[in-house]
Design a protein around this ligand. Structure first.
Ligand SMILES: [Zn+2]
Length: 319
């Protein structure tokens, strides 16, 4: 179906016998892998883009493979945005092939190497979870803006204006994060999650971060690691651990049971959005809402005073 606005533009253009696809007002067709990149493209592109996100809520990017529908969408797109840094590990080869034929940009690869954290399993790779530090993510947002601008240079000013608004919202959520997280008692600043997605978050806001699985989700945690983490949590008197929307909670349950066997009560502090955002069409389904949710849940569960519905009262589930 052709959107009404485009149809109108097409009708006007037809006076000059231009096909709709060649008309400069037709929205750019953008395909993005993760929800966080799709959100940036939507916010910056506004009504000049139609964005299809491949990985919806609850989808694990480390394990995701392109479907037939995804491939069709990508071969028809004006611009394909992926993360890079080995996040979409199962799609690397596909994107390298596609880049020979289509306009394809790995937006997180724009980050300078000295701002990246190392990978626990591969000496030559980096931790890809850069969206967990909003300040760092702004540089990736700029890379999305640059890719859109390169694809449609005549819209540069519009993209710039939209990016400014979006980035100011990201700066605001980062300030909120710093403010609320520093209210967590220093001894409780330990964040245990199912996999190691929060390294950049911990480095920015002063938390020790422990993932049961490593940086990617491909390997299961061994009993030794679970036992070691249980001992550490008991010793540090940590009372809450966190599940993730895109990773099985089995290993978290094993840690809680292990702690209980030692007489230490651990609770699930809440569900965090690590590699995928919340439901489509909700505040938590936006990048700013996702970070607001994570910060509010983490700070609240670990002992800080937090507003029940987050930074601007928009979180759907009160803490
Ligand atoms: Zn991850």
């Amino acid at each position: 179906m052709i959107p009404r606005r485009t149809m109108l533009a097409g009708m006007l253009a037809s006076l000059a016998f231009l096909p709709i696809s060649a008309h400069a007002d037709a929205p750019l067709r953008v395909v993005a892998t993760t929800g966080m990149i799709a959100d940036a493209a939507r916010q910056i592109g506004g009504d000049l883009v139609e964005v299809k996100g491949l990985m919806g809520p609850g989808v694990d990017p480390h394990a995701y493979r392109q479907t037939r529908t995804d491939i069709v969408a990508m071969t028809r797109a004006d611009l394909v945005l992926w993360h890079g840094l080995y996040l979409e590990a199962q799609m690397e080869g596909f994107f390298h092939d596609l880049a020979r034929k289509r306009n394809v940009v790995a937006v997180a690869e724009a980050l300078p190497r000295d701002k990246l954290r190392g990978h626990d399993s591969y000496a030559d790779k980096f931790d890809p979870h850069v969206w967990m530090n909003p300040v760092l993510w702004i540089e990736v947002v700029r890379a999305v803006q640059a890719a859109l601008t390169e694809t449609r240079p005549e819209a540069a000013l519009k993209f710039e204006a939209n990016a400014e608004v979006y980035i100011s919202q990201i700066r605001a959520v980062s300030r909120y994060a710093a403010d609320r997280l520093q209210r967590v008692p220093e001894s409780a600043r330990v964040l245990l999650t199912a996999h190691d997605a929060f390294g950049y978050f911990g480095a920015e806001y002063g938390f020790e971060v422990l993932g049961i699985q490593g940086i990617s989700t491909e390997s299961e945690a061994g009993l030794n690691r679970i036992g070691m983490l249980v001992d550490l949590l008991v010793e540090r008197r940590i009372t809450a651990v966190f599940v993730e929307s895109s990773v099985s909670d089995r290993s978290i349950r094993a840690v809680i049971e292990g702690a209980a066997a030692k007489g230490h009560a651990l609770k699930v502090g809440g569900e965090l959005f690590s590699d995928a955002m919340g439901p489509d069409g909700t505040y938590e389904g936006t990048y700013v809402g996702m970070i607001d949710h994570n910060v509010t849940v983490i700070a609240g569960a670990l002992g800080a005073n937090v507003p029940p519905r987050g930074m601007i009262g928009k979180l759907s589930a009160g803490y």
